[in-house]
Design a protein around this ligand. Sequence first.
Ligand code: ZN
Length: 511
Amino acid sequence: MTTDRILIFDTTLRDGEQSPGCSMNLEEKLRVAAQLEALGVDIIEAGFAIASEGDFEAVEAVARQAERAIVASLARANRADIERAAQALKPARRPRIHTFIATSPLHMKVKLGKSPEEVLEAIRESVTFARNLVEDVEWSAEDATRSEPDFLARAIETAIRAGASTINLPDTVGYATPETYGALFRDMLNRVPNADKAIFSTHCHNDLGLAVANTLAAVMAGARQVESTVNGIGERAGNAAVEEIAMALRVRHDVLPFRTGIVTTEITRASRLVSAVTGMQVQPNKAIVGANAFAHESGIHQDGMLKDAATYEIMTPESVGQAQSSLVLGKHSGRAAFRDKLAQLGYSLADNEFADAFRRFKDLADAKKQVFDEDIIALVDDEVLRGHDRIQVSEVEVYCGSTGQARAILTLSVDGEEKMAAAKGTGPVDALFKAVRAIVPHPEAHLLRYEVAAVTAGTDAQAEVSVVLGEAGRTARGVGAHTDTLVASARAYVNALNKLLVKRGRSALAA
Ligand SMILES: [Zn+2]
């Protein structure tokens, strides 16, 4: 391998969406896919076409929308999966089938019930079959890091001979260390006779907090594609975070001399969008995209920063697309100022979305003197991204206090139809949630978590409520924002319920 260009394979819509509590509807996936193209990823894994009708439609819609990126669908090593993937990818300009099978002794025996020879035969058949349907086939050795090296080398050789042009060696269980993962790539690249006919790819999970370090070690060893997600979301502890990989390669180009196509100034926008649509907030101390990533609090640091930012800053907030916070909006700010602010924060809204967001901004400015960037982000995320939910909160009325039982009267719009219910509860939140249940019964679901945070300082701040619902082993997370905590609570609960409806449509398939 002589090239220094690293391909970014984004799996936010597939592995990322498998995060506990995550789910995205079709409109949300299309919005994320558009932002992934703006971010400059090379390949978008849009889903697992055979997993459900919803997944199939999402892969097909992303395939139709993508202008530049390769669009991939995941498929197990069987004809039905591969045919379904190819069908969903029909509208793609550049389709890729990503097929996988486990190669570790434990997985082959326990999960597949196949002998190593049978697994080799399955690789030969599945990759050949996929290649008859599309040009571009990626093959993954699931649980590669716990596979026996001699067998793994034979499996890779088989896949390449059958026509796979990308070979992915996932650390499925997050067990590798940088030394062992780098050594695996070096070993396979040396030992597999036709290794030069494929691009080798990483796929790291963060169970030990090593996903990005492992990814970079493999790049140093010859990998030229990395699989990653925005904000590092994914199964269990998540995947390698694309923003960390891209910035590590950029800031430390002296020791990591590789390029990606990532437009780093789109990072913040992508991070915000993904956390808004998934409800998975980024921890404040998260590298690159956390709220504190560029905050300096110690006096010595602040003093140094004022003299020269380079004293304590290895990269600028602007380089990852963080707008310098400037203008604070208020009650007298008009459409133009609001539009400017949205553009500065990285939002581009359709006319009807803008009208709705502006109306809510005016209400907010009436309730609250100063409207900060954080307020606008919470408001737009809440307003715009809920626009496609089947169930929406129309009106909330609550009676509560130290005398008598709390009561709530709630109106929801369900598939466009207004429905009202009243309920009593031990407190206003309980009464509200019972009213939601009265309108849209969901007896199997239970409330797992309810959290309130203030978007900014001050008693007039907007409340941001997050709710997690659980149902038959599935979890769904919803978020809602409003100056009234109870309205925010109703919005968050209903948002989680919408997510649960999306998840119900999906079978228990996962990889
Ligand atoms: Zn994974």
